[in-house]
Write a protein that binds this ligand. Sequence first.
Ligand code: AMP
Length: 718
Amino acid sequence: MTKKTAKKSETLTEEEYLRLRREKERHDRLYHQEDNPEISDAEYDDRRRRIKDYEDKHGVKGSSSLALASKAKGASRAKNSHTVKGRAPLPRKGKRVGAAPLKGFRKVRHSEPMYSLSNVFSPEELEEFVARLQKFLRLDEVPALSAEPKVDGLSITLRYEDGALSQAATRGDGKVGEDVTANAKHISEIPQTLKGGNIPKVLEVRGEVYMTRADFARLNAAQEAAGDKIFANPRNAAAGSLRQLDDSITAKRPLRFFAFGWGDHSRPLADTFTVARKRLKKLGFKTLTDVLLSNSTQELREYHKRLEDARADTDYDMDGIVYKVDRLEWWKRLGAVAGEPRWATAHKFAAEIAESEILDIGIQVGRLGTLTPVAHLKPVNVGGVVVSRATLHNPSEVAAKDIRVGDRVRLQRAGDVIPQVLEVVSEKRKAGSKPWKFPSFCPCEIKSAVRIQDNGKRAECSGGRDCAEQGRARIIHFASRKALDIDGLGEKSIEELWERGLIRTPADLFTLEERDGKDAPPLAEWDGWGELSARNLFNAINAKKSPPLERVIYGLGMPMIGEVAAYDLALRWSSLSALRGVAEAAGRSELSDEWHALLAVEGFAEKVARALCGWFADADNLLLVAALEGLLSPVAPKAGAGILSGKTVVFTGTLERMSRDEAKSRAKALGAKVGSAVSSQTDLVVAGPGAGKKAREAAERGIETIDEEAWLALLGDG
Ligand code: AMP
């Protein structure tokens, strides 16, 4: 069974912590790049939380610092954090059946980030959430929380200028979304102009576009009758219907809208969320109705249970309850961490379970050679999603559960995940069925031997560079959303290009156009292609010739280098050749300055540094880097742009008006790094009453030192 919650007082060793971090990166990769998650959302969140607990306990810089926006196109990115909820924004929801890849929408930079939400899964975790709020805000009582359903649809933001709808955009990665103004104008529940008096000059209203279950069923019936695509669930149908380049299609779809938030605004809507919700209603929006305002966790729990029980009878899909601190003044103080506001959380509903039959078990090859068994299932509806595949994780998992082809199995979908096989329904096992054996050879063309490691927890192809499946997976990773994000270059096209021998490494993508028609018929003449689609593909590739450096680094798929690490490396070394130089020198000697420079990157343990050096020690990788350097002009990220940008701040003594956590997070939000000790790197010391050694050291070194008053003035809170 899925373990949903971590042991409360778990004490991780450093090694366990590092392992968890690696695992998390791997699961991010499996989810986003390989479309093949091995664990449920609940398990993923559990790991995330254990990592964060460790980091909090040991003062590891990272999770609590975060605020930039990662999760690259899939991610609001939190620098240095390894607990970024890297699987949130668009992708989770957009990835299943029915989520067509989209080209052609204009990108819109959000004036304020569109957040994702942290999760709690149990009453205990709700208590912990509340306790954290109290600690952060230094409150003795539980703050009033506003609770409302979490609608399962597609998040959008609507900008109104002088009361008129001027722009609608999807959430995208939380920082940049897609312009869907033309589409949104067809949704009757989205007002074209705001109603009532006292209309703010600028107001961005945020909420969820969704489809009711009844409308969804009708739409699917009509689609089926017309031989068109069937949507897996109301959320996919809503997303697929809104994000149509031809907005006349959107016009025909039964979309609705609930408002539950706001972004940029020229004037505050209210002092509390409850009143703000009423204001939104007066302005002409539909808001959620069965809501609760309470400062009793008992009451909140009962409310959660009542709505969970009523789920089947509700005419729209909901996947949990959202709790928000009611008093808006506190939102600013609480801020956000890792692209998630501290002032809200989602209390998810329990997993949904269904039964189906295993038709076959296949093997999926990852770009690092990991072989994952995948169950092909008789399609079944699990909590509203039609499922036909489920990961079986690794050889030992299949053996432990004794999963066989032909078995009936129970499947679980927790929240929003590709399902897990919970167990075999043994009484329904067919007579004569045989235990499944992990194949001895990789499905790749050269049929390399399979290496089983870690007591069956890991299987890998021994073919290395010769395994075509891995080669393809590496290019798929390079072109994927969080890496180069090449529009329209999905798995299928990459496979086709590979089959025809046109690509062997990511660099080959950038010479495709000039080679087109030389060694094979021109792309435009291939089955299923054409002038326009060939042109679109070349344009999409050409558009990525000056990509963000961190995406290139991430896209190279070095072991242990996830998005966050890639960003940190790009920030520190600004070019591929600089990074290569450092990695090569560091690889030669662990006494070198370069080795120490690598370890100085936040969150870089020796193993990570070694993995990086190992990657750069491989001749093929160096060739690839050299080729990419000749073809691309990557752009390095700039350090934070706040008023404390590039500065290192150290806090000492007790601050009376805010907790240390809040002070640190505010400093980071302004672009600062927060140091724990005064050193030559320190630019500013904030000293509250009781400051001792650190303040003295600062004075000796002549480092600027300010008191709490001046700190508040600097924040603009004074
Ligand atoms: P997640 O994407 O799972 O992190 O959840 C965050 C998303 O939940 C937000 O971006 C909203 O689109 C969505 N959501 C649905 N209902 C609500 C609600 N009542 N309040 C806030 N967010 C909601």
